[in-house]
Write a protein that binds this ligand. Structure first.
Ligand code: UN1
Length: 501
């Protein structure tokens, strides 16, 4: 029997107002239903926002270290539940067990880190230009935050958003992806068990067109953080912009790995396999383009294809599996569409893969063969657009500057990597790559929670996830400047002597 999941509003587990539901399936075996979930609408969002708005009045006054204590409790409980929740990530989203458990680990790390931030919500003390006057800056919460999250990191990305939002004193209405609602609920249950006050964190399940839109339009939602496609990001901007709500966008990537002629090729191959096919290529940090120096191009390609062919597809719970399924039929259709373009329009060379995988244990899931495309040119559609599947395009380059030009020739700018032993190449690349994250001699994936995460160009709008003061803390707070004048006079800055005759 599938588990019946509910919304969490004002500290209570409830069905949707309409009573409607939808199902969540295992992408490795679509016969398996993971859970039945409320299909909510604007009325459920309304209740959640009202609860969050009311709770904000108390939560913002709870001392930040005390809010941190709650997060510490969440971290401890999540640690105990890591295996169980990690397995649900695997069943509901499809990524292999090691990665699924890593997803929960990322949330545990974030919970401990943000618990500590409760004791570090520092502001500045500032010298005044006037005598007998002090100035300080304090970080204050924004209010009700709407958090809209994707399915590819169904625990980690909600953790990136919920935990800093809460420690900074905001209250939250959380809408998880409709493809991974069950594991999102398991995550929220941890907060409930840890004793979060009613209304501080609310969960509303459903689809973007109903729940997402209602959150974005609600005048009491003063901040929004969204991770997903650039198309939906644009919709977030359209709805939040005119009503001046803060909105933080984390969108696509077309991440590059540059391999220079002096690189350790075996290391580079391993890095490209992990970046390209880890999480079945469904990371916004996936290394979907590899730009290789002409001197080592053929040798690299041979090794890369041989390594990709060894990858074993299957159910992520099976310990021998390297690559799980794509998340849905829509995802398979999207990747297949790009394969058709690669064949008919871009006319690139298929070195391996290119189609839905068949065989024992694969027929009931959304499995797609690891695909390597060669003879790809920078302007080709497969080298420009985010495919979000196990597809890597290999391009040839003449030198570092040509490689950097190719690297920067896309609309996105999330992460990038270079494999080289040349210290000058490494530093020039780090300076020139137009991305929010740069890696030297390693993959484009695997950012750590205490470093700000995000990108430039069409990847984001200038905010950062994770990280501390320069990252999530800035995202989830406003700055307030407090001036205290103890001179007993009305002093005027900028040397103005107004009033003096
Ligand atoms: C994402 O794909 O949206 O750096 C996030 C990484 C992970 C997070 C990816 N820590 O690949």
């Amino acid at each position: 029997m599938p588990v019946h999941y509910q919304n969490y509003i004002n500290g209570k587990w409830v069905d949707s107002v309409s009573g409607k539901t939808f199902k969540s399936f295992n992408p490795a075996n679509t016969d398996e239903i993971i859970g039945v979930v409320p299909a909510s609408d604007h009325r459920d969002v309304y209740h959640a926002v009202r609860a969050a708005k009311k709770a904000f009045e108390q939560w913002r006054l709870v001392p930040a270290p005390k809010r941190g204590d709650l997060l510490f409790e969440v971290a401890e409980r999540l640690k105990k539940e890591k295996e169980r929740i990690g397995d649900i990530v695997c069943k509901e989203m499809g990524k292999v067990k090691k990665e699924s458990h890593g997803d929960v680990q990322e949330a545990i790390d974030m919970a401990y880190y943000m618990a500590g931030e409760g004791r570090r919500l520092f502001g500045d003390t500032v010298h005044s230009e006037l005598p007998n006057k002090d100035i300080k800056t304090v970080r204050v919460p924004i209010g009700v935050f709407g958090l809209i999250t994707p399915w590819n990191f169904p625990v980690a990305i909600p953790a990136w958003k919920i935990l800093p939002a809460l420690v900074c004193g905001n209250t939250v209405v959380f809408k998880p992806a409709s493809l991974t609602p069950c594991v999102a609920t398991e995550f929220v249950k941890i907060f409930d068990d840890a004793g979060i006050p009613p209304g501080v964190l609310n969960l509303v399940h459903g689809f973007g067109t109903d729940v997402g839109e209602a959150i974005l339009k609600h005048p009491d939602v003063r901040g929004v953080s969204f991770t997903g496609s650039a198309a939906v990001g644009r919709r977030v901007a359209e709805l939040c912009g005119p009503r001046f709500a803060k909105f933080c966008l984390e969108m696509g990537g077309k991440n590059v790995i540059i391999i220079m002629d002096d690189a350790d090729l075996d290391l580079a191959v391993e890095g490209c396999i992990w970046a390209g096919f880890g999480t079945t290529g469904q990371r916004c940090t996936a290394g979907s383009r590899v730009v290789v120096h002409k001197k080592v191009h053929d040798e690299f390609l041979k090794k890369f294809v041989a390594a990709a062919k060894k990858l074993k597809l299957g159910d992520g719970l099976d310990k021998d599996t390297d690559i799980g399924p794509l998340v849905s039929q829509d995802a398979v259709d999207k990747v297949q569409r790009y394969m058709d373009i690669a064949k008919s329009k871009d006319k690139v060379t298929f070195m391996c893969g290119g189609k839905k995988a068949k065989g024992k244990g694969l027929d009931k899931g959304y499995f797609f063969e690891p695909t390597i495309l060669a003879n790809v040119k920078p302007h080709h559609i497969v080298a420009q657009e985010e495919i979000f599947g196990p597809v890597v395009s290999v391009l040839k380059t003449n030198d570092l500057y040509d490689a950097l030009e190719i690297a920067n020739s896309v609309q996105y700018g999330l992460s990038a990597s270079i494999f080289t032993k040349n210290i000058q190449y490494a530093h020039i690349a780090a300076r020139e790559l137009q991305t929010g994250i740069v890696y030297i001699n390693t993959s484009t994936i695997g950012a750590e929670v205490h470093t700000p995460f995000g990108g430039v160009k069409n990847t984001g709008n200038g905010h950062r996830e994770a990280g501390g003061q320069g990252g999530a803390i800035e995202t989830y707070t406003e700055m307030k400047v407090i001036n205290v004048d103890y001179s007993g006079k009305i002093q005027k800055a900028q040397g103005i002597d107004w009033g003096k005759k």
